[in-house]
Write a new protein. Structure first.
Length: 511
């Protein structure tokens, strides 16, 4: 991104910019409901501190008067409770009305939020924000590449960008880019002209819906498609170029891939958007899982083979809480407990995790070293398997984790089952080490995840992505989508789409 451009004649030297939004991805196939307890609400200076590029003394921080309002962020989960969503939305709108007017607004969202009883939640939120801001405020939006860009969202905001890496190692860089783009437009020669400072957007829906684990930017064809974007962005007349994979585990008409290129050269942005969209569509059958896949039994056979390299990681992908799974599906743990070679003490297996407040309380009451029999998990999602019975010794008790609350480890021979008080993803080595477990010396590590986050990726001597059941099942065709738009691959393979770009500026279609 580099330094901001100087303030041009007619540009705004110190614009007033508000900040707000809601960030969650929500599986409509999970029975979990994300209520008030799921969200961390940041307001005022606490919200500003969430963005280190707005720290005092930084260029972006000094380039505007920042008014942080309200932002709600949650781990992925089930659909958001309607009342929870309404309260967050009303808080954002109230802040805009009380502290406006604004020259610009940084609208920080995910793009795959589902709300109980509603389609296109981000579109609804964007409309409410736009109505409160008025037509003249320039809105820049940062999103996850697993979000969706509906027509409603597209028309309510002015600048759109999203992550270019999966795993999302560039999440903070993307938010900074959204702010940089916003400031650059406001500082430009048309900065004081509410119409001319808005770029055009070339928008192409691409009727393909794939799980993130098939679209990692570590592999082709996603790697090559995303590698095109910086070059397009650098062209004269272009502000930003982005590709959204879409969110696979919500059954809504907006769920599919999108290409959006923004800028001032209408023909150029349309041509580039169409070119990238065609490359995405042409590659639709070439996307492959980021790791070797198989059933859980197939994964275990490889992990237990004499020639296996350790630690051997197995992704319990169907209940991945960072994709929207409930996090308490017990199917995999039940299968593991039934395998004598995992519980006879001959090897070490770490299993992360399920959450169950009552089971944790029973283990805490018994104390470290005690033998317990617990019925745990499947309190939220009992579809694949009901609660699992675990008889073993309490290996450790760890309290006051920010996400998990109290955590216990139950050892059944060499199998160490992690049970948490609240939902928690296990992405870091310290997530295990704080429990007295050492993942680098384990034989097998089973974790509820899809593609491995960087520390786990580096940990794995070998790896299988197990196609296990749950609310974010990687086998999309067995989930039962029935509300997608016509023609979305691989659900409908009947024809070729029209990939002509729609060019708009604030909802007015130009071509």
């Amino acid at each position: 991104m580099g330094a901001l451009p100087p303030v041009a004649d007619g540009g705004l030297a110190t614009p007033r910019i508000g900040i707000g939004g809601i960030s969650i991805e929500s599986s409509t196939f999970s029975p979990h409901v994300s209520g008030d307890e799921a969200f961390t609400i940041r307001t005022g200076e606490n919200l500003r501190a969430y963005y280190p590029f707005l720290d005092a003394g930084r260029e972006l921080a000094e380039a505007a008067e920042w008014i942080p309002l309200t932002h709600g962020r949650s781990l992925p989960g089930g659909a958001v409770d309607a009342a929870t969503y309404r309260r967050m939305k009303e808080a954002i709108v109230a802040g805009i009305r009380e502290q406006g007017p604004f020259d610009g607004f940084f609208f920080d969202i995910h793009g795959a939020m589902s709300v109980v009883g509603m389609d296109d939640a981000e579109g609804d939120l964007a409309l409410a924000v736009r109505e409160a801001l008025g037509p003249d405020t320039l809105v820049s939006t940062s999103m996850d590449l697993h979000g969706n860009v509906s027509e409603t969202l597209r028309d309510a905001v002015d600048l759109l960008t999203c992550y270019r890496m999966a795993p999302h190692e560039d999440w903070l860089n993307t938010k900074e880019r959204a702010v940089w783009n916003l400031l650059a437009r406001l500082r430009g020669e048309h900065g004081a002209d509410p119409l001319r400072r808005r770029p055009f957007s070339a928008w192409v829906p691409v009727p393909v819906l794939l799980p993130g684990e098939k679209t990692s930017t570590r592999l082709e064809p996603a790697r090559g498609i995303y590698a095109e974007l910086p070059g397009i962005e650098a062209l004269d007349g272009v502000v930003d170029a982005s590709v959204w994979i879409g969110y696979a585990w919500a059954d809504e008409p907006r769920c599919q891939a999108y290409v959006v290129v923004t800028g001032d050269d209408r023909d150029l942005i349309a041509r580039e958007a169409e070119r990238v969209a065609r490359s995405f569509w042409d590659a639709r059958e070439d996307f492959v899982f980021v790791a070797e896949t198989g059933s859980l039994d197939e994964a275990l056979a490889k992990a237990l083979a004499p020639e296996a390299r350790h630690p051997y990681l197995i992704s319990d992908s169907g209940d991945n809480p960072t994709a929207g799974g409930a996090g308490d599906v017990t199917w995999t743990l039940a299968q593991l407990l039934s395998r004598a070679e995992l519980t006879d003490g001959s090897r070490t297996t770490l299993v992360a995790s399920i959450f169950d407040r009552d089971a944790v309380a029973q283990a805490v009451a018994a104390g470290v070293g005690a033998t317990v029999t617990l019925s745990a998990g499947a309190r939220v999602d009992d579809g694949p398997h009901g609660p699992v019975e675990i008889t073993g010794s309490v290996f450790s008790i760890t309290e006051d984790d920010h996400d998990a609350g109290t955590q216990v480890v139950i050892a059944v021979g060499g199998l160490h089952a992690i049970i948490t008080e609240r939902r928690k993803p296990f992405h870091h080595l310290d997530d295990f080490r704080m429990l007295g477990l050492e993942p680098t010396t384990a034989d097998i590590v089973v974790v509820k995840i899809g593609y491995l986050e960087p520390e786990l990726y580096d940990l794995a001597a070998d790896w299988t992505l197990a196609l296990t059941p749950g609310g974010v099942d990687q086998d999309l065709l067995r989930l039962g989508h029935h509300r997608l738009a016509p023609g979305v691959f691989p659900f409908d393979t009947s024809g070729a789409p029209d990939l002509t770009a729609v060019v708009v500026r604030r909802g007015e279609e130009i071509r």
